[in-house]
Write a protein that binds this ligand. Structure first.
Ligand SMILES: [Fe+2]
Ligand SMILES: [Fe+2]
Length: 346
């Protein structure tokens, strides 16, 4: 969902614009090259994710070369100038330590170094643009709509088997019996198509791995609380409660003439094992003989947090808050579930 600008955001933006305009005007008057190049550089950096580091780096390189050529040829222009007043003006500017020529050379050096670095990084390090990143992810068989169902199933099973957890083979067999691999992830929202639940579970795993890496970068000592097997168990199995809930059924709606018409869609049917959401997943997994850590149980039980809490007793709410305070895996799973549902799943 696109975030709306609040009044405070608008006031902040207005102050920044009011400050930026005179600063830019002064820069343009003092040194037109600097005054124009700096905003261009700012715009390029602001759109670097959309353009990709390679393109931004190459544009900066071209700008750097153009500035260097302009700076180095400015002395020839001075030599050729016949107008004495102009010669004196140019000479005066060239003597100044912040004159256009020095500023241009300095800027050219910055653009060449920065642009070169970005171009090399864009070419050889990691994904380039958001579009290319998505393509790389689906190309690797991680997830994505164009990835065959069979590949997704194999990846899901392999990730769970890698945990070496007791009971995992039985869990896979039970999931197959319940129809987990062909189930949708919801009736009307994310992943509401056959195989959507499998795809959603893998998306949550991928998001959780990214979130985990980012958190470890900020707080390395938390690694022991976020082992890779727990990430796999919590993310891939958090929604096993949904396996048999969504059923294809006939529904009715009004057509454009106001007449009732039948159509096929998913509806919900909780009669199989009506036990809630996170708690149902945990109970199922334990009954299937899966060995689980306390953190995995807490993370899966409470992963819906606010959605589940509205009508709960104070005791349940307090339990949730206790779990949230002591279980970093819960925070990772909640964040990854939200990102997979509302970012990847859109
Ligand atoms: Fe869920
Ligand atoms: Fe989920």
């Amino acid at each position: 969902m696109k975030k709306k600008m609040t009044l405070a955001d608008w006031i902040l933006v207005s102050i920044l614009v009011l400050l930026a305009v005179p600063v830019l005007a002064i820069m343009v008057i003092a040194s037109p090259v600097l005054g124009i190049s700096v905003p261009i550089c700012g715009l390029l950096l602001a759109f670097r994710r959309r353009l990709g580091r390679l393109k931004v780096g190459l544009i900066l390189l071209v700008l750097g070369i153009a500035l260097a050529v302009a700076a180095l040829t400015s002395s020839e222009e001075w030599e050729r100038a016949e107008d004495n007043e102009y010669r004196a003006w140019v000479a005066d500017r060239r003597r100044s330590p912040c004159g256009p020529r020095e500023a241009m050379l300095l800027l050219a050096a910055i653009f060449l170094a920065g642009g070169g670095g970005m171009a090399v990084a864009g070419k050889f390090v990691g994904p380039k643009t958001l579009k290319e990143r998505k393509k790389e992810m689906s190309g690797n068989g991680n997830n994505g709509a164009d990835c065959p169902q069979e590949t997704l199933e194999k990846r899901f099973e392999a990730l769970l088997r890698q945990t070496g957890r007791r009971g995992i083979e039985n869990v896979l067999a039970e999931l197959g019996t319940l129809g987990f691999f062909s189930a949708p992830a919801s009736a009307r929202f994310h992943g509401n198509y056959p195989g959507g639940l499998l795809e959603h579970s893998l998306n949550v795993y991928d998001e959780a791995m990214l979130v985990r890496d980012a958190q470890l970068g900020l707080k390395p000592d938390i690694a022991a609380r976020l082992p890779l097997d727990s990430i796999a168990i919590a993310t891939l199995l958090h929604d096993v409660c949904k396996a048999e809930v969504y059923k294809e059924m006939e529904k009715f709606r009004k057509d454009k003439y106001g007449e009732w018409e039948k159509y096929n869609a998913y509806g919900v049917d909780y009669t199989g094992f009506p036990l809630g959401h996170g708690e149902k997943s945990v109970i199922r997994l334990l009954r299937w003989g899966l060995e689980m850590t306390d953190d995995e149980i807490m993370a899966i039980r409470w992963h819906m947090s606010g959605f589940d809490l509205a009508f709960q007793s104070p005791e349940i709410r307090n339990n949730y808050h206790e779990a949230a305070g002591k279980c970093p895996l819960l925070a990772i799973l909640k964040a990854a579930d939200g990102l997979a549902s509302h970012v990847l799943g859109t």
